[in-house]
Every structure is written in C-alpha cells, then in structure tokens.
Design a protein around this ligand. Structure first.
Ligand code: SF4
Length: 261
C-alpha cells in the first residue's frame, strides 16, 4: 500500500533535513578553521581524533595516495585503507598493492564491482563502451568505481582523498574539509595545496613505493584503456580519458554536485 504523508509530516521532515545540513556545514566550517595552516599529517591526526575508528582512506595507488598511506600508517594503527579493482587496471598497480601491504604491514581492502552490473553493461554497450561517448564512460566509471566505493564508505564518517587542487580545473572549488552530500561523510583532502614536486620530493625522501609507470610518462594512472602517457609539457591529466574535454574528466568519485551517481 502506498504510504501518504500529511502536510505537517512533510514540513517536519523538511525541517529535520535542513537542520542536518546546517549541522554538517557548521561542523565542516569548524574543521576548516582548525586546519587552516595545518600540515597534511596534522590534518589526518586531527580528523582521526575527531572521528576515532570512523576514518577511511580510498587509495587509487597514485603517487599522492602513496604519500597519504605513508603518513596515515604513521598516525593511525590499522587504518582502514580501500582500493578499487575495476578489472581494467595495469598489472603494475596490482603489484604495487602487494608491495604497499608488505611495506606498511597493512591489508588494503580491495573492492570489486557488482558482477551482474558489469555483465549487463557489457552485453548492452560492448567491452570498450567508454570510447564511444561521455555518457558511456561515466556509466562504466559508475559501475566499476562509484558503486563499489559507496559500499566501502558505508559506516564511516570521514573519507580521506589524495586530491590536489592543481590536478584539474574540476578541482578548483575544493576545501581541505568538505561535506560530501552524496556519501554523507566529511571528505578530507590533506594534500590539496601540494604541488607535484612536493609529492615526489616526499616520496623520494621517504623511499615510498610507487607505480613504475610514473617513470615512463604516466603522471596520472587509472584504468589501462583510459590512460595514456603524456608528452613533455602536456598537462598532468592529459593522459586520462584523452578523447574528452577537460571539463568532463572526472569519474564522478569526487563530484560535489552530482547526485545519484
Ligand atoms: S576509467 Fe575507463 S575502464 Fe575504468 S571505470 Fe572509468 S571508463 Fe571504465
């Protein structure tokens, strides 16, 4: 039977929803104030103290994410680290997962896409659907990345990412702490203001394991069919979904405005 709501019930739900949004915004404002000049390590430490046991890190095994794994394992005992196996990764990425587990004594949880959803998508649109339209590409990213990530995030309150502002024009309006409406968590970007040089200086200084493809012209790594090496002087994201315009080059994992991804 279809449930109907009275005007009063709808109004009270609206006020409850608004109250939650206001509560979350003021919490995030508090974090931004507290973390204004904080180092990435201080950001991680502070957020872990604010949400003990409720902080998760989703690593794509990128250079930035390897920096965060290094920092996090020095701050949090048994941190919750996840990665997404889309089924289309480079061999070197799998190798790096193992190396990272061994180096830091952790067990990165590998999330897989829903088998039926992948099979259905490929049946309808083909194995390499992503090359034929932005819509197809986003669908593939949704099935192989977003849905598994949403499962991984459930039950956590803080989602740590390795996003940097200078990586893409789509990352201009990020903050060190933000409310992620889609996943209902505080999203934290400790490396937001770091340059690429800072990332690599840190990696070399601490002998952090990284994907060897970075030494072969791949500044940014994702799935194999959607990543190519870049030429000297090209933008660092030029090798990702290179057939698309820069404004569409996000997989949706970090979209602030996209609902129901
Ligand atoms: S990056 Fe390419 S292969 Fe990977 S999930 Fe997105 S569209 Fe699919």
């Amino acid at each position: 039977m279809l449930k109907t709501f009275s005007g009063l019930q709808i109004l009270s739900r609206y006020y409850l929803f608004t109250e939650i949004i206001v509560m979350q915004s003021s919490k995030v404002e508090k974090y931004r104030d507290a973390l204004r000049e904080a180092s990435p390590e201080a950001v991680l430490s502070y957020m872990n103290d604010q949400h003990p046991g409720k902080l998760m890190f989703s690593s794509s095994m990128s250079a930035e994410d390897q920096v965060i794994t290094h920092m996090l394992t020095g701050i949090v005992k048994n941190p919750a680290v996840f990665t997404l196996d889309t089924g289309r990764l480079f061999y070197e990425t799998y190798d790096l997962i193992e190396k990272t587990n061994t180096r830091y004594g952790i067990d990165i949880r590998v999330m897989f896409p829903d088998r039926q959803a992948v099979e259905q998508m490929i049946k309808e649109k083909g194995i390499n659907l992503f090359y034929y339209s932005v819509e197809n590409r986003k669908q593939c990213c949704h099935v192989r990345k977003i849905e598994p990530l949403q499962r991984a995030i459930k039950g956590y309150e803080v989602w740590v990412t390795g996003l940097r502002r200078e990586q893409s024009p789509t990352r201009n309006d990020l903050y060190v702490a933000d409310w992620d409406e889609n996943n209902q968590v505080v999203k934290v970007n400790p490396l937001l203001e770091w340059s690429e040089d800072q990332v690599w200086d840190y990696i070399y200084a601490h002998n952090i394991p990284y994907n060897p493809l970075h030494d072969n012209g791949y500044p940014s790594l994702g799935c194999k069919p959607c990543t190519r090496p870049v030429l000297p002087g090209e933008d660092i994201r030029a090798g990702r979904w290179w057939w698309e315009q820069p404004e569409t080059k996000e997989c949706g994992l970090h979209s602030k405005h996209e609902k129901g991804r």
